[in-house]
Write a protein that binds this ligand. Structure first.
Ligand SMILES: [Zn+2]
Ligand SMILES: [Zn+2]
Length: 328
């Protein structure tokens, strides 16, 4: 099969012919239709996350059709359209798994990181971590729901019932979560790269009450902010923008160092927290909610062989919405 392979971090992906994976007893083999490109893929390829499987097929927002099932798979059948997210394995026995926090599992493994992912014609995945794709979503539009949507949703939940919500970094996740937040009658304040007028227009089009540069203060105090951009300097900026009791959620897996800041901007019971990975429950909830909103994902598509170009465009902030690799 055709695949885009990472041989070592810091190098471009290599187009290769590799063998189709053999599904284990708990796995489904998928014919991949589309795989969305996540900023985490970029962190893996750039060597900002330690210890990836090598060689590695990246990609953890996979939409495909089941072609074969392992002997112990009963919930999916050949022909079903399923999605594969970032969380690919947990031990089900550690104290995190046993308390509903499998996203923090000590022995978790992740798709497109420790498990080969979806930048390929076929992928195998543990059926217990796959989701049925809601009907009515084309493959390309569904793919970004699987990480940008899921992690974004988990981050949104971490803001509680905040009414005035800031979103820092208006990329794949923010463009989905802005729609959910507006649907929930929250007021969205979108912060983009300084001077990125197109992103501001896009945010307003999706219902943001205000859109401005990340270096700007919003016109009113926020109740919460989610930082999607991997920029540590946004943490003190967001703390300054939230009201007393407000929460600042760091949604990314990697961030540049956070500069020191005066205690007074944390004082007043403001909270800084991160969101890590997803639970299967997040996925089940979000994939019910997305068609109710309904979330429309805006995608920029690339053929599989142009995965490096897609990653470059993401690195340069040139993607409006989400980048998706089209495999067949
Ligand atoms: Zn565990
Ligand atoms: Zn991701």
């Amino acid at each position: 099969m055709r695949a885009m392979v990472l041989d070592s971090p810091g190098k471009s992906l290599r187009a290769a012919e590799v063998s189709v994976p053999e599904p284990g007893p708990e796995e489904v083999l998928l014919r991949v239709h589309a795989c969305a490109v996540c900023r985490t893929d970029l962190h893996v390829v750039d060597g900002e996350l330690p210890g990836p499987k090598l060689p590695l097929i990246p990609g953890h927002q996979i939409v495909g059709t089941v072609g074969r099932v392992g002997g112990r798979v009963e919930d999916f059948a050949v022909g079903d359209r399923v999605g594969v997210p970032w969380l690919g394995h947990t031990d089900d026995t550690c104290r995190y798994c046993l308390t509903g926090r499998e996203n923090l599992c000590d022995d978790a493994r992740f798709t497109g990181y420790q498990i080969d992912g979806g930048y390929a014609e076929y992928a195998s995945a543990d059926h217990r971590f796959c989701f049925p794709i809601p009907e009515g979503y084309p493959d390309l539009q569904a793919a970004p729901l699987l990480c940008a949507g899921l992690i974004g949703y988990r981050s949104l939940r971490a803001t509680g019932d905040a009414e005035r919500l800031g979103l820092y970094g208006f990329g794949a996740a923010a463009h989905i979560i802005a729609q959910v937040a507006v649907y929930q009658d929250r007021e969205v304040f979108a912060f983009t790269r300084d001077g990125d007028e197109e992103a501001k227009g896009f945010a307003r089009q999706l219902g943001a009450a205000w859109a401005g540069d990340s270096s700007q203060n919003p016109p009113e105090e926020l109740d919460a902010a989610i930082i999607f951009a991997p920029v540590g300097a946004l943490v003190p900026a967001a703390l300054r923008a939230v009201a007393k009791g407000g929460v600042v959620v760091c949604a990314g897996i990697h961030m540049s160092d956070i500069p020191s800041f005066p205690y007074e901007i944390l004082w007043g019971e403001r909270v800084v927290r991160s969101v890590a990975n997803l639970t299967r429950r997040d996925g089940e909830e979000f994939l019910v909610l997305a068609p109710e909103v309904p979330v429309h994902t805006e995608v920029v598509s690339y053929p599989l062989e142009e995965a490096n170009e897609a990653l470059d465009a993401l690195r340069g902030g040139r993607i409006r919405g989400a980048a998706v690799l089209v495999v067949d």
